[in-house]
Design a protein around this ligand. Structure first.
Ligand code: ASP
Length: 599
């Protein structure tokens, strides 16, 4: 039967006990990791969130009742142990923080018993994800997950420290709010008091933080939960956490400056990584041209080379055809892979097709300087030479080319570059390459909607000198928007905001809003801007992603205590779930029969 803690007080977490405590009496509490009986001694590894500590039960010290009780201990029992700290007699465990000591128990209390858990509670569990998530409360006992969540807590505290020192105020914004035009689908909450009306859960605190600038708070910060009803991908969750900020009377450089110091402080204090300042900056255009991506991984080279000029007028119709359509021909040089077998190249071609390529042209430079190629027969020797020259090809290199619209060429080569780096193991672990990507396009053409959409959001300020092209060539207008990228992942992003009514109105018009529809959606912001609004700018980090990169986790689920799975459900609670008829009635809702039922 479970005993009470009465009269006992925990003196240390397991790994807080050290050789400094030798000879002292300590009381530790935690879970039994495992029990071993060794002749007249019983050993247990006791676990809490700090780690493991070895406890020894020796009958003369713990008494016959205590010794018998220790013999009943099984994995995951919760116990309290009082005992004396001693240097380990034998078998010092160098892998354990407490590997040179043990506690010789004088008292044992079983605080709670445990069923046999459905999977072992251990580091790097091989257990299937589904089972782990169903029993998340057990999964969360695993040391690797505990380390991740402890790191998340530490980073949140460091962020708060830094922001407070820099004069930011932490202000909460509503969770029950109104749909905002951030691009993704909203989660909706029906209102009982206003039947037929819905709140939306925030996709980000964007409009509220801008309003706070209007209200004079001048530096706002929040660790904010955000909700987006999107189809989930590996690194997405329907609810996630942003470290969100907004500043008044600033421009791009001011936001970058504060954030560089923030990143340096947080990475140094949290994981001992020294971020060198200033963090390199490249424009979106340069990022696309050199890496085929707006979030380039700069831990390795293999940059894209534009060979359009060199192949213009050559005899290979795939290349010239793409150029005639206004596209480009670009390539990457896969160093030393000239002897890559045909089968492997064919696989890369298939991979490229997955990113929209019609094909992939290749040219391998043999060791003797001759070529092996899918298109050499369409080109003269001279044309091939200048192409290879442009690619800085040496004997033994493999050149891969894509020819299409710019967007397809970038997507294909950007993805190939990453895939090849993975296959060829070009990326050294433990490197942190930060990069600012600036000057994003303001607008992005949507084939689906047949109109321009805001690339960041409709409140992002255009680059002043581009603004007069907003009618003649809207696609070429750049935005004062920036992303911070770490090792090829977007860690955060933001922009300077529009604070002038005329620019905002024009922007909304370009995005296809009528005055009425704009006022209907965010009239409160437009109205607020009539009453004196400071120039302002902001940025938000994906906190979960930041922790994921710091802890080098494979999945975002490993840094969220209670995550959802791919279909946005929670395997532990079974959310979302049906509600009873009474609740629906109160909300004036009826559920339309599903398609299968009506068929
Ligand atoms: N609200 C933006 C986002 O969620 C961040 C920002 O512009 O500050 O991406």
């Amino acid at each position: 039967m479970a005993e009470s803690m009465k009269g006992l007080c925990r003196t240390h977490r397991c790994t807080e006990v050290s050789h400094d405590n030798i000879g002292q009496t300590v009381t530790v509490m935690g879970w039994v990791q495992k029990r071993r009986n060794l002749g007249s001694l019983i050993f247990i590894d006791l676990r809490d969130r700090s780690g493991l500590l070895q406890i020894v039960f020796d009958e003369p010290k713990v008494g016959s009742r205590g010794f018998a009780k220790a013999g009943t201990l099984r994995s995951e029992f919760v116990v309290a142990v009082t005992g004396t700290v001693e240097r380990r007699a034998a078998a010092v465990n160098e892998h354990l923080k407490t590997g040179d000591i043990e506690v010789i128990a004088t008292d044992l209390r079983i605080l709670s018993e445990s069923e046999t858990p459905p999977f072992p509670i251990e580091e790097n569990s091989q257990t299937k994800d589904e089972l782990r998530l169903r029993y998340r409360y057990l999964d969360l006992r695993r040391p690797d997950l505990q380390r991740n969540l402890m790191m998340k807590s530490k980073v949140a505290m460091l962020l708060r420290n830094f922001m407070a020192q820099e004069g930011f105020l932490e202000i909460e914004t509503p969770i029950l709010t109104k749909s905002t035009p951030e691009g993704a689908r909203d989660y909706l909450v029906p209102s009982r008091v206003h039947p037929g009306s819905f709140y939306a859960l925030p996709q980000s605190p964007q409009l509220f933080k801008q309003l706070l600038m209007c209200s004079g708070y001048d530096r706002y910060f929040q660790i904010a939960r955000c909700f987006r009803d999107e189809d989930l991908r590996a690194d997405r969750q329907p609810e996630f956490t942003q470290a969100d900020m907004e500043l008044s009377f600033v421009d791009v450089d001011d936001v970058i400056d504060v954030n560089e110091r923030l990143l340096q402080y947080v990475f140094r204090e949290a994981v001992g990584v020294e971020v060198k300042l200033p963090i390199p900056r490249i424009t979106w255009q340069e990022a696309m041209d050199r890496f085929g991506s707006d979030k380039p991984d700069t831990r390795f080279g293999m940059e894209l080379v534009n060979v359009s000029e060199v192949v213009a007028g050559c005899g290979f119709a795939v290349f010239t055809g793409a150029l005639e359509q206004g596209g480009s021909v670009r390539g990457i040089n896969v160093k030393g892979q000239g002897a890559m077998p045909r089968k492997k190249i064919d696989k890369l071609v298939e991979f490229a097709k997955g990113y929209g390529a019609k094909g992939l042209a290749y040219l391998a430079v043999n060791e003797d300087g001759t070529y092996k190629s899918s298109f050499a027969k369409f080109m003269t020797e001279e044309e091939l030479q200048s192409l290879a020259g442009q690619m800085q090809a040496e004997p033994g290199d493999l050149l891969l080319f894509a020819a299409d619209k710019n967007k397809v060429v970038w997507d294909v080569l950007g993805a190939l570059r990453l895939e090849l780096a993975r296959q060829l193991e070009l990326i050294e672990k433990d490197q942190y390459h930060f990069l600012w990507v600036t000057d994003f396009p303001l607008l992005e053409w949507s084939e689906e909607e047949n109109r321009f959409m805001a690339m960041h959001h409709p409140f992002t300020m255009p680059v002043e000198e581009d603004w007069d092209k907003i009618d003649s060539d809207p696609g070429s207008v750049r935005a004062k928007a920036y992303d911070i990228v770490l090792n090829g992942t977007e860690l955060g992003g933001g922009s300077v905001r529009i604070h002038q009514n005329d620019i905002q109105e024009k922007m909304l018009q370009v995005l296809g809003f009528t005055k009425e529809s704009a006022y209907e959606q965010f009239g409160f912001l437009l109205n607020a801007f009539q009453y004196g609004v400071p120039p302002h700018a902001g940025l938000a980090y994906g906190l979960d992603r930041m922790i994921m990169l710091m802890m080098q986790c494979e999945s975002i689920r490993d840094v969220i205590a209670f995550p959802k799975v791919k279909d946005a459900s929670c395997l532990m609670t079974d959310a979302p779930n049906v509600v009873d008829q009474k609740q629906l009635q109160e909300l004036a809702l009826t559920i339309a029969a599903s398609e299968e039922e009506t068929e």
